[in-house]
Write a protein that binds this ligand. Structure first.
Ligand SMILES: NC(=O)c1ccc[n+]([C@@H]2O[C@H](COP(=O)([O-])OP(=O)(O)OC[C@H]3O[C@@H](n4cnc5c(N)ncnc54)[C@H](O)[C@@H]3O)[C@@H](O)[C@H]2O)c1
Ligand SMILES: [Zn+2]
Ligand SMILES: [Zn+2]
Length: 370
């Protein structure tokens, strides 16, 4: 069939919205009509070269849609089901899936290879090029063919935007606070970088009962918005937060510091370390340049103050559990997801949407489809 998609052919080029040829879903795959796609910073990392990705690619890995056709033998879904994409697939059989750590599923190892999870290509440009859907999803397209391992059934009354946001950003940010930092009642938590992930981390910290939630972001819009989502204090930089956090904790400092800036750099670890209390936790969630090796850390203080530095992929939990769980919290009014969508765009406005993300106009931009 013919559909339209946003294609990236080389680092730094504009997204090119074009008609493409989409093959039928193969065994283990479904055809989905996309209803919404979230504009996560990770697509920008493919665009700016921070994260090497197979090109030409179809962008987008936050997304929701409706199943309109099934590959041979697919029993997990029916036509008409609504799905949320999961940016890490889960096979259900590997050691990690079997132990509830589906975010670490072995299928993740193939995510940056060209083509489909099952091999081959389903997406082709009109000029005959084979196209790779980013993270085997490619949500910046009117239709998607994806593996059943990358799709999670969601209730039909969930609106498309919220169903898209839990595909990546919200689940990752929320889980960075609740699962990885292990925020508990009365904690002081610092969120460094208050975009889509940061706003979800703030909400997670609040739901978990944090007493102080400090939003750190150079953007005034983000600092003000953060306070509408549960932040109790704000600072423009980690340096500025030092005195503030020292004051509100009587010098104890934060139980946890969660790093969700647009790009993580090695020089952010030492200031995060000094914002963390004895025995406290630093969670590194943001994507760093894939080739970067240098980190500044005061190893003496780190060991002698018994601190922890933890990585965090997809909120450090099982997406098949967490995505429906977070959507049920949204339905119960415990998570603000509609409010996180600052602006919506058409597929043709994808470049504009990313320019707005980079100039801090959006908590989250979302592409909507008819
Ligand atoms: N670990 C994972 O599983 C995972 C999943 C999704 C996204 N990510 C990554 O998380 C990061 C955040 O993604 P996002 O979509 O929320 O990005 P975003 O662009 O929406 O937000 C980033 C925010 O960081 C702020 N910022 C930039 N430099 C800063 C600094 N030095 N100090 C404090 N704040 C700073 C920006 O002003 C912005 O508000 C990205 O690196 C993204 O690729 C990781
Ligand atoms: Zn993402
Ligand atoms: Zn698995």
């Amino acid at each position: 069939m013919k559909t339209r998609a946003a294609i990236l052919r080389e680092v730094g080029a504009d997204w090119s919205v074009e008609e493409i040829e989409l093959d039928d879903p193969q065994p283990g795959e479904i055809l989905v009509k996309t209803t919404a796609a979230g504009m996560c910073h990770s697509d920008e990392h493919a665009h700016d070269g921070t994260m090497p990705a197979p090109m030409p690619l179809i962008g987008g890995h936050e997304g929701a849609g409706e199943v309109i056709a099934l590959g041979e033998g697919v029993t997990e879904f029916e036509v008409g089901d609504h799905i949320s994409c999961s940016f890490i697939p889960s096979c259900g059989k590997c050691r990690w899936c079997a132990s509830g750590q589906q975010n670490l599923c072995d299928l993740g190892a193939h995510l940056m290879e060209p083509g489909m999870m099952a091999g081959g290509f389903r997406h082709h440009s009109t000029a005959g090029e084979d196209l790779t859907p980013l993270l085997k999803l490619g949500t910046f397209a009117e239709h998607m063919v994806l593996s059943v391992d990358s799709a999670i059934k969601v209730q039909k009354d969930i609106p498309p935007g919220p169903a898209a946001l839990v595909s990546c950003g919200v689940t990752t940010g929320y889980g960075s606070a609740v699962n990885r930092a292990g925020v508990t009642a009365g904690d002081t938590v610092i969120i460094v970088g208050c975009g889509g992930l940061g706003h979800a981390a703030i909400q997670g910290a609040k739901v978990a009962g944090a007493k102080n939630v400090v939003a750190v972001d150079p953007s005034e819009f983000k600092r003000e918005s953060a306070q509408e989502f549960g932040a109790t204090h704000a600072a423009a930089s980690m340096e500025e937060a030092m005195e503030l956090v020292g004051g509100i904790t009587e010098g104890v400092m934060a139980d946890s510091v969660i790093l969700t800036p647009g790009v993580l750099t090695g020089d952010m670890i030492a200031p995060a370390q000094f914002l963390t209390r004895k025995g406290g936790t630093i969670v590194a969630t943001a994507v760093a340049n894939a080739m970067a090796m240098d980190v500044q850390l005061n190893l003496f203080e780190f060991a002698m103050m018994n601190k922890e530095l933890k990585g965090c992929l997809f909120g450090s939990t099982a997406p098949r559990k967490e995505i429906p769980h977070l959507l049920s919290m949204y339905q119960a009014g415990q998570l603000k997801l509609d409010e996180m969508i600052t602006n919506t765009y058409t597929l043709d406005q994808v470049n504009e949407g990313y320019a707005d993300m980079l100039s801090n106009k959006n908590v989250r931009g979302v592409i909507t489809f008819d």
